[in-house]
Structure formats: C-alpha cells, structure tokens
Design a protein around this ligand. Structure first.
Ligand SMILES: NC(=O)c1ccc[n+]([C@@H]2O[C@H](COP(=O)([O-])OP(=O)(O)OC[C@H]3O[C@@H](n4cnc5c(N)ncnc54)[C@H](O)[C@@H]3O)[C@@H](O)[C@H]2O)c1
Length: 354
C-alpha cells in the first residue's frame, strides 16, 4: 500500500505539472490561507508546502489561520512546517495584513456541522467576511479567492441540471440548509460589491462535491461517512433511498481549478469547479466503496438527525464550460480512481492495521 504522504505528494505533483509556469506567480510572495485546518485548507497547505520546497526555493511566505470551530482532529501538521500558524478568526489575530494572495477557506461546510452552528455559519460567510475585506491592506493584493458553493443553486428544477453559472437558484431561506446557502449567496454579493466599489481582485469559485485526502473521517460528508461505516461496522448504511446523485470531484482536480481561478479568473465572475462527467447516485457510490473493500454489505437506514434529508437536492451536477474556456480547467480523475485513492488514504491514516 502507498503511504498516505505518497498519495498527497503524487496529487501535488500532478497539479504542479498541469499548472506549469503558472506556479511561478507564487515566487517571493506572501499568502494567507484561512480555514487551513479544514479539508480544502489542508490540501492547500500541502500544495504550497511541497511547491515551496521543491520548486520555489522556500521563497513563498505562508500564513495559516483557523479558529478550530469544527472540532475535528488535526491532520495538517506535516505540511505547515515553516509556515506562520495562527489560532484565530480574523485579520486582527494576524501579525501582518498585507498579503499578495488570500485563499479564504474559512467556513463550516459539512451539513451536520452547519446545522449545529447556524449563527457561526452565517457570520463567517457574511459579517466576518465583510470585516475581513474592509480591514485588508489591499496595496499588495494580487488575488483573493472566495469559496462560494454549488449549494447556492439550492434544489434546481430538472431543466437547470446540469447547472450553469447563470442559473439563479431555487433556495429556501427558512429551511435547515438556509444558514449555509443564503449566507454563501450573500458572500458572493459582498465579493462583487467590494470589487466594484474598492477594486478588490476577488475571484469566486463554486465547488461541487469535492472529496479526497484530508476530509476527516468524522466530517459527516457522504464519502467519509460510507468509508467509516464500512471500516468500523462492516456495513455501508445509505441514509436516503440511494437515488440522489452528486458529481464528485477529486481534490487534486479541484485544487488545480481553484488555483487557476485565483490566477486567471476574472474578478467578481463565479466559476463552477467540479467534474460534470462524474455524476453518480448514492447507491453507485456505495457500490464503488464496497467493491474497493472486498464486497462490504450495503443497507438502507434512517439518519438519527431529524433534518438530514430536508431540502436535500435530488441531483447536483455542474456545467463547467466557463472554467474550461477561461481557465483551461480539465478535471481528469474518475470517481472509481479517486475513491480508490481516498480509501487508501483513510485506511492508512485511521486504520493502519486493517
Ligand atoms: N469541500 C467541498 O466540497 C466544498 C464545496 C462547496 C464549498 N466549499 C467551501 O469551501 C470552503 C472550505 O471547505 P472545506 O471543505 O475545507 O470546509 P471545512 O469545514 O473542512 O473547513 C473549514 C475550516 O474553517 C475553519 N473556520 C470556520 N469558521 C472560521 C472562522 N470564523 N475563522 C477561522 N477559521 C474558521 C474551521 O475550523 C475549519 O477548519 C468553505 O467555505 C466551504 O463552504 C467546500
């Protein structure tokens, strides 16, 4: 079995190779990664750590910020060596405010956690975000990456799936997902207003169901959930009727798309980042995981969380023509390959003796 750090290294090398000379934009620069302990933040720290070591001669200065609100175990440490790591929520917690690039991953992304912390979820995407932009020293800012979400489309009608950026969404402002969906929508509006009024180079991405190494096993999103059931209880419990679909995008494809949006995207113009060719149902997902683990039994069960399926979209799939044309984004990893990689990562990280 490959070691987990080998999987992460291979992923970073694939991204670096595909980005080519674009990575030179980061030479001698200062970067802030917020939410660095989370799933995407951890992938970014791994990317910049290895890029710095192997290509940029450690010329990149990296600051990492997180308030640890999502109480998950810390897996990031091997990739933050040499970076300035700060426990906090805003710019006032940082020793400097003048960055060349900011990758703003802070947020509460897992439905289980944003239902548990609705006020904090709204705050980080709206008031906290506004304050951050308002207090930035923008004189040196070359790019700011804002993480919106595919959830801003809500539950689209069938003629708007696969979904283009122009679709305005079908979102409940009172349902259990509203704290996330509506505040992310406001976050996009804030991004556009700060660009229009103050000229901030804010790039907006709408990620569609990204998965991969560093998504914690107890994160409660579906891929770690199925793997956890399978490895701990020898059964995969599907908590719906198995028919809802998602287009899953492996993390190295997604990070590649995010970096492209940061460097090449037009400000205040949202880009869907996902893999439109990889839409599968929850049952198909369970089958792929089961096959990879030698035929784990699959069962249907109700969630213990009352609102687990309320406003849960039946289908979620992006049109990525804009990112393909304007960013030269080409997701390449099929779920069967990506899921095999992530299962190896989970086994090695959490169950080294299985
Ligand atoms: N992973 C995906 O598939 C996906 C899809 C759509 C959108 N996004 C968005 O991308 C961003 C990163 O996603 P993720 O999957 O890494 O999320 P995550 O929940 O794994 O990590 C987010 C991190 O932000 C930190 N955080 C939360 N509030 C904070 C605050 N006020 N100050 C500082 N740190 C704070 C948390 O402690 C956590 O470590 C989020 O904004 C999320 O909404 C992710």
């Amino acid at each position: 079995m490959r070691k987990t750090n080998q999987i992460v290294k291979e992923d970073v090398h694939r991204i670096v190779k595909d980005l080519g000379r674009l990575v030179e934009n980061f030479r001698d620069k200062k970067i802030l990664i917020t939410g660095f302990k989370g799933f995407l933040g951890s992938n970014f720290t791994a990317f910049f750590h290895l890029l710095n070591q192997e290509i940029l001669n450690n010329s990149l200065t990296v600051y990492c910020l997180d308030n640890s609100i999502v109480d998950l175990e810390d897996l990031t440490s091997p990739y933050t060596e040499g970076f300035t790591v700060v426990n906090g929520s805003g710019l006032n917690d940082l020793p400097v405010k003048d960055f060349n690039y900011i990758i703003h991953c802070a947020g509460i992304a897992s439905p289980t956690f944003y239902r548990k912390y609705p006020l904090e979820t709204i705050s980080v995407n709206s008031i906290g975000y506004w304050e951050m932009l308002n207090n930035l020293d923008v004189s040196s800012l070359e790019g700011f990456l804002y993480f919106s979400t595919s959830e801003i489309y809500g539950d689209p009608d069938s003629k708007n799936i696969p979904t283009k950026e122009e679709y305005r969404g079908n979102v409940s402002c009172t349902g259990p997902r509203a704290c996330y969906d509506e505040s992310k929508r406001l976050g996009e509006t804030i991004s556009i207003a700060f660009h229009q009024e103050k000229g901030l180079p804010i790039k907006i991405v709408r990620p569609f169901n990204v998965y991969g190494p560093f998504m914690r096993l107890n994160d409660r999103r579906v891929i770690p959930d199925f793997v956890k059931f399978a490895l701990e209880e020898n059964v995969i419990n599907i908590l719906s009727d198995g028919t809802p679909t998602r287009a899953f995008c492996y993390s190295s494809d997604a990070i590649n798309g995010f970096i492209r949006a940061l460097l090449l995207g037009k400000p205040a113009r949202p880009y869907n980042i996902g893999n439109g060719d990889s839409e599968i149902s929850m049952l198909e997902l369970a089958n792929i995981i089961s096959m990879n683990l030698g035929g784990t039994e699959i069962k249907y069960r109700e969630s213990s969380e009352k609102n687990y399926l309320t406003d849960n979209p039946q289908r979620r799939c992006p049109v990525i023509g804009r990112a393909k044309t304007e960013l030269n984004f080409k997701p390449a990893i099929h779920p069967s390959d990506g899921i095999q990689r992530v299962i190896e990562w989970y086994k090695e990280t959490y169950f080294p003796n299985k």
